[in-house]
Design a protein around this ligand. Structure first.
Ligand code: NAP
Length: 316
C-alpha cells in the first residue's frame, strides 16, 4: 500500500466490501486515534512482500469508545492481528483475552494476535524487547551490562523500556520523570528485579527514582550511568529546551533518543559534540515491528525489507 488510506470501524465491519480496492487481502492493521501519521504500513507491507505472504497491512482510525468493538471484529473479518498505538495501548491490555508476561508488567499492549481456532485475542508488548534489540544493534551491548538512566520513565514508552531493563537485570536503573509520583510507583513495582546477592553492590542504589527537574540529583546520577535514554517527547520540536545540560554528557556515555523525527535531536547533537555515541529511535521502531511480525507469523522477520520501507517513508 503506497497511499495514506485510512479505514474506519464501519469499514472494518463490512470488510469484504471496504477492502475491495486492496491488491491483497487486508489481514493486518494498526489501530490509533489519530492514525494517518503511522509509518507501520510502510514498514510491514514490504515485509509481507519479502516473505511472500498474501496479506496487506492497513491503518484503522478507531476512537477510544469503539476500541473493544473493533478488536472483537478482527476474528470475524479474518484478521491475523493488529498493532495498537496512541491512545489505546493501556486499554487494549484490559480487553484482550490473554496478555504476555511483558505486556502484563508493562500494563500496555502494542501487538494483538488473533487465535484462528477460537477467535481469542492475545496481547503482547514489543516496545521493550524492540528497545533491547535496538540497543544491541546500535551499541553492541546488552542491557544487563549497563547502568541506565531513563528520562521520561513515567510515560508509556519509558515504562515499557524500564520494565525491559529490569527484567534483563541491568546493572543499575535510574527512573527520571517530570511527574515524580509515576516513577515512584514504577520503582516499587520493579524492586523485585534488583535483589541479586551475586552482584557486587556499590555505594549507589541499583534502582532509584528522581524528578527530571532535580538538577542536582540528575547531575549526580550522570556520573554513574552508561546509557542515557530519552523517552520524553522533548526534542520533537527544534525549539524544545535541552533535556540535560550538554556539559554533563561524557564521552563514555551511550545516548539513545527514542525520537526518530527529527532524526537528530538536540540531545543527540549534544551527545555527538561531547564525543559520546548516539542513536535515534528508528531502530526501536524497526525492532518492535519485527517482533510483532514474528508473533503473527511465527517466523523470522525480513528486517532489511522493513528497514528500507521505513527509511524510504521518512525520506518522503
Ligand atoms: P507519553 O506516554 O505521553 O509520555 C510522555 C513522557 O514525556 C512522560 O514521561 C512525560 O512526563 C514526558 N514529558 C512530556 N512533556 C514534558 C515536558 N514538557 N517536560 C518534561 N517531561 C515531559 O508518550 P510515549 O508514548 O511514552 O512517547 C514518548 C516519546 O517516545 C515520544 O517522543 C514518542 O515519539 C517516542 N516513542 C518512540 C518509539 C519508537 O519506537 N522509537 C515508540 C514509542 C514512543 P509526565 O509523566 O510528567 O507527563
Amino acid at each position: 500500500m503506497s497511499d495514506n488510506t485510512t479505514y474506519s470501524l464501519a469499514d472494518l465491519q463490512s470488510w469484504a466490501n471496504a477492502s475491495k480496492a486492496l491488491a491483497k487481502p487486508g489481514k493486518l492493521a494498526v489501530f490509533g486515534d489519530p492514525i494517518a501519521h503511522s509509518l507501520s504500513p510502510q514498514m510491514h507491507n514490504p515485509a509481507l512482500e519479502a516473505a511472500k505472504i498474501d496479506a496487506e497491512y492497513v491503518r484503522l482510525h478507531i476512537a477510544p469508545a469503539n476500541l473493544e468493538t473493533a478488536l472483537r471484529e478482527l476474528p470475524k473479518q479474518g484478521f491475523i492481528g493488529t498493532n495498537v498505538t496512541i491512545p489505546h495501548k493501556t486499554e487494549v491490555a484490559k480487553i484482550v483475552d490473554h496478555v504476555s508476561e511483558v505486556a502484563r508488567r508493562t500494563g500496555a499492549v502494542n501487538t494483538v494476535l488473533v487465535n484462528k481456532e477460537n477467535g481469542e485475542l492475545t496481547g503482547h508488548s514489543t516496545d521493550g524487547p524492540g528497545f533491547q534489540r535496538a540497543i544491541r544493534e546500535e551499541f553492541s551491548v546488552d542491557l544487563k551490562d549497563l547502568r541506565i538512566l531513563i528520562l521520561g520513565a513515567g510515560g508509556g514508552a519509558g515504562r515499557a523500556v524500564a520494565v525491559q531493563c529490569a527484567m534483563e537485570h541491568c546493572e543499575r536503573l535510574v527512573l527520571a520523570n517530570r511527574t515524580l509520583s509515576k516513577v515512584k510507583t514504577l520503582e516499587a513495582e520493579l524492586e523485585e528485579f534488583f535483589h541479586d546477592p551475586d552482584r557486587l553492590e556499590g555505594p549507589a542504589e541499583r534502582l532509584t527514582a528522581i524528578a527530571l527537574e532535580d538538577a542536582e540529583a540528575l547531575a549526580n546520577e550522570l556520573y554513574q550511568i552508561d546509557l542515557i535514554v530519552n523517552a520524553t517527547s522533548i526534542g520533537m520540536k527544534t525549539t524544545d529546551p535541552p533535556l540535560i545540560p550538554c556539559h554533563q554528557i561524557q564521552p563514555h556515555h551511550l545516548v539513545y533518543d527514542m525520537i526518530y523525527s527529527p532524526p537528530r535531536t538536540r540531545l543527540l547533537a549534544d551527545a555527538e559534540a561531547a564525543g559520546a555515541r548516539a542513536a535515534n529511535g528508528l531502530s526501536m521502531l524497526l525492532w518492535q515491528g519485527a517482533l510483532a511480525f514474528e508473533f503473527w507469523f511465527n517466523q523470522e522477520a525480513p528486517v532489511e525489507a522493513m528497514r528500507k520501507g521505513l527509511t524510504d517513508a521518512l525520506k518522503d
